[in-house]
Write a protein that binds this ligand. Structure first.
Ligand code: SD4
Length: 310
């Protein structure tokens, strides 16, 4: 059977190269995408996920992460968790539970501690400096969900036909303490059904969750749409609805794959990078953009890959 993996943003590249090896070798999509997400979480240069992520307005790193197994519909998720090294592994562990599968804040931290996960300070000097700069630029009382963001969301299909999806993020830069975005919310930041396909979203959670977009994409694939058509239809519809109901739509970008390894991408922004590897395609970074209601994409040059992290 064919295998495949697709992830949001250029930062997924190194992880997807590792995932590729595992999937080629017949390993499970759960293992492959966990390895890939952990590599992003562990890298301080990727400044919106895991170690060295974007602080909230109190200069704390609060992380959200989720995991879903498309064979069993098991889900595990954490929100606003502080001081743990790999939120994605905590989310995966929560998939074993029948109840209490989505834990937040201190409850999530207590669970992680009990399960023996590694406690670490996740705030780097660089993140602290960025926070100070941003704070001095804007008056605290005028702070809004800020435009510094990026979630890693990775969809995987293994040779046994199992689909899985995982997300991890520090959420929006300067968010209010306790704020949770779409990334750990089933149906919004992620969804997977091995009988159909899987999807993941990135962008401004407050808008993504208004359309339950990952579920919607999987639903459209079930109706028979190719992943590319499903992704574009879902993003365009939500984008237009938000504009007509609220006057504006913030950033929404998605990646998806069906259980044949065909993939799709859609965005409502100018530059959304993503990474794909399949049986037929070496790990490749693409840059998608949106104009006239259409998403188009081109391969990123090596120079672009070398000089960009997002
Ligand atoms: C959130 N969707 O917390 C995340 C942030 C993100 O690209 O994906 N940014 O709202």
């Amino acid at each position: 059977m064919s295998w495949g993996v697709i992830g949001t943003w250029r930062m997924a590249l190194e992880g997807i190269m590792e995932a590729e090896k595992l999937l080629k070798d017949g390993k499970s999509s759960l293992d492959a995408i966990e390895v890939a997400v952990k590599m992003v979480e562990d890298c301080p240069e990727y400044r919106s996920v895991g170690y060295g992520g974007l602080p909230n307005r109190d200069c704390e790193i609060e992380l959200d992460a989720a995991f879903m197994d498309g064979d069993t519909f098991s889900i595990g998720a954490v929100g606003s968790i502080k001081d743990f090294k790999n939120p994605i592994s905590i989310a995966r562990k929560l998939m074993d539970e029948r109840y209490n599968i989505f834990l937040v804040g201190q409850g999530a931290e207590r669970y992680a501690h009990t399960m023996g996960f590694q406690r670490t300070n996740m705030l780097t000097d660089y993140s602290k400096e960025e926070w100070k700069k941003k704070k001095s630029e804007i008056k605290l009382d005028k702070l809004k969900a800020y435009d510094g963001h990026d979630t890693v969301g990775i969809v995987g299909l293994d040779r046994n036909g199992k689909m899985a999806v995982a997300t991890s993020t520090s959420g929006l830069f300067m968010k209010r303490s306790g704020r949770i975005g779409d990334s750990p919310l089933s149906g919004s930041g992620f969804y997977a059904d091995s009988e159909i396909g899987a999807a993941s979203a990135t962008g401004v959670g407050e808008d993504i969750m208004k359309g339950c977009i990952s579920y919607e994409i999987v639903r459209l694939m079930e109706e028979g749409l190719h992943p590319q058509e499903a992704a574009e239809k879902a993003v365009n519809k939500l984008n237009q609805k938000l504009i007509s109901k609220r006057g504006e739509a913030k950033d929404i970008s998605v990646v998806c794959m069906n259980n044949k390894g065909e993939w799709g991408v859609a965005t409502n922004i100018n530059k959304f990078s993503f990474v794909v590897a399949t049986e037929a395609e070496e790990p490749t970074v693409y840059i998608a953009s949106f104009s006239d209601g259409k998403t188009t994409y081109v391969k990123a040059t090596q120079e672009w890959i070398d000089t960009h992290t997002e």
